[in-house]
Design a protein around this ligand. Structure first.
Ligand code: FES
Ligand code: FE2
Length: 465
């Protein structure tokens, strides 16, 4: 596919993502074509937003308690009584399955003197505070107070545990501390219809890595909201990633999207045109021994994109028992990443259903935790594999240590991002301008991220005054 020059005022001058879709052998749904791209004033932002403790405290006070957050997958709590502890920004919730089709989020703080009631995931029929023994049933209703005779304001008992709002979507459990929060569907906007096709509820966690990073949570998050860092950070991806050609859409205040084609050479490579075989090899893990594996030879006259998409359809079909003949080439090979404010991303498509989540590391503005989850289809047989346990990686443990579950290529890509991030964080502290300049098109989603932070902080402060 030639990287023909096209003059567009606010896009890269190269072949657009839609041009690439137009050349596909099997078409993808129209919703992958260009979405909304509203005018947003591009003003530099203050670097201190990434390290200043006062700004961080405002996020803790006004942002996190107001937003829908992805807490866990339903498969993490499959049985009644199963619970998962979700911690973020100083808050702790017990996510518990109370009935077959009901999940609650109980505030994990004893109503007596505040001890966290539970520390670990598990299955219990009561939640008993280890400090003085107050207990609640697993649905949060009061059970027993061993010192009730001394608690006149509670009439000898205790209130039920306070709850956060819960909504379930495609196997994800979302929580919101704000009882007046707008429905999750309003936030997710077009995602509900776009993702129907990918049936994420019928997928299981095939890998889950949790990595600590010495960088503010927004830096970690924003490193995964654009694809044009491939040229600097992941140069090995250039032979098979149309990075600068990526499409960026802003669907609503919360949801943005980046669509990047793979199996297409980057326009950044100007001195060499890779063969279709070389592009295929780069995308599928290196040079193949074509004598031993003749099925990996890209036939004359066939593009790497058509060939890879067809091979992936067959492999996925063999693996799961489902038919993928209707799946577009883009849905088989591209990065179709939906970013949701404030801190998670869900990949659309049939193959690479990756999930990212970014949280502050405790109450530290200078470090964060990234979750990387790979979802795979539950086989047609209906036997749901158990969700993968979390592999914890500390600050100094490279993501490549998890190559056995993420794959060598993917774990290297993540590690390259992780190596970068502390230098971004420290570089911002060292900056003489103390400003961050976003690019206008490719980083519009990042700009929106900060507009939303400001909006929630202003709303919170104005209510107090
Ligand atoms: S703090 Fe929980 S019973 Fe006292
Ligand atoms: Fe990256």
């Amino acid at each position: 596919m030639a990287n023909g020059v096209k003059k567009l005022s606010d896009r890269s001058p190269f072949e657009s993502y839609m041009d690439i879709l137009d050349g596909d052998t099997v078409s993808s749904p129209d919703f992958l074509r260009e979405g909304p791209n509203p005018e947003i004033e591009n003003k530099p932002i203050d670097a201190s937003r990434y390290y200043d403790k006062d700004f961080f405290n405002k996020e803790v006070k006004y942002v996190w308690p107001k937003v829908w957050q992805w807490a866990c997958r339903e498969e993490d709590i499959p049985e009644v009584g199963d619970h998962h502890i979700f911690n973020n920004a100083g808050k702790s919730l017990i996510i518990v399955r109370t009935k077959e089709n009901e999940v609650k989020a109980l505030v994990n703080s004893c109503l007596h003197r505040g001890r966290q009631i539970l520390a670990d995931d598990g299955n219990l029929d009561e939640f008993r505070c280890p400090f003085h023994g107050l207990s609640w049933n697993f649905d949060g209703t009061f059970k027993d107070n061993p010192f009730g005779w001394d608690c006149p304001s509670w009439n000898g008992g205790a209130p039920n545990l306070p709850e956060a709002k819960v909504e379930l979507w495609e196997g994800f459990v979302f929580v919101n501390m704000d009882q007046n929060a707008e429905p999750l569907a309003t936030v997710l906007g077009p995602m509900s219809s776009h993702f129907q096709r990918y049936d994420l509820g019928n997928r299981y966690k095939a890998a889950h890595v949790q990595k600590k990073v010495k960088a503010n949570w927004k830096l970690s998050s924003e490193a995964f909201m654009e694809s044009h860092h491939v040229v600097g950070t992941h140069p090995q991806g250039l032979p098979m990633t149309a990075d600068i050609n990526s499409q960026y859409d802003v669907w609503n205040d919360y949801v943005g999207r980046q669509l990047s084609a793979h199996t297409v050479q980057s326009p950044h490579i100007t001195d060499y045109v890779h063969t279709e075989q070389e592009i295929f090899n780069a995308f599928t893990g290196g040079d193949h021994d074509l004598e031993k594996n003749p099925e990996l030879r890209v036939p004359e006259g066939v593009t790497a994109r058509t060939f890879t998409a067809e091979m992936f359809r067959k492999n996925l079909s063999d693996e799961t028992g489902y038919d993928y003949s209707h799946a577009g080439d883009a849905e088989m090979v591209d990065s179709l990443i939906y970013n949701v404010f404030p801190n998670y991303s869900i990949w659309a498509g049939m193959v690479f259903n990756t999930i990212y989540r970014f949280r502050p590391n405790g109450l530290d503005p200078n470090s964060s935790i990234m979750d990387i989850v790979l979802l795979k289809p539950v086989p047609k047989s209906g036997i749901r594999p158990k969700p993968a346990p979390i592999r914890h990686l500390d600050f100094d443990e490279p993501v490549t240590d998890a190559a056995d579950i993420l794959g060598a290529g993917l774990s290297l890509v993540f590690e390259q991002d992780m190596v970068n991030l502390p230098f971004v964080h420290d570089g911002l502290i060292a900056s003489s301008t103390q400003k961050v300049e976003f690019s206008s098109y490719m980083e519009k989603r990042l700009l929106m991220h900060h507009i939303m932070l400001d909006r929630l902080i202003e709303e919170g402060e104005s209510k107090e005054n």
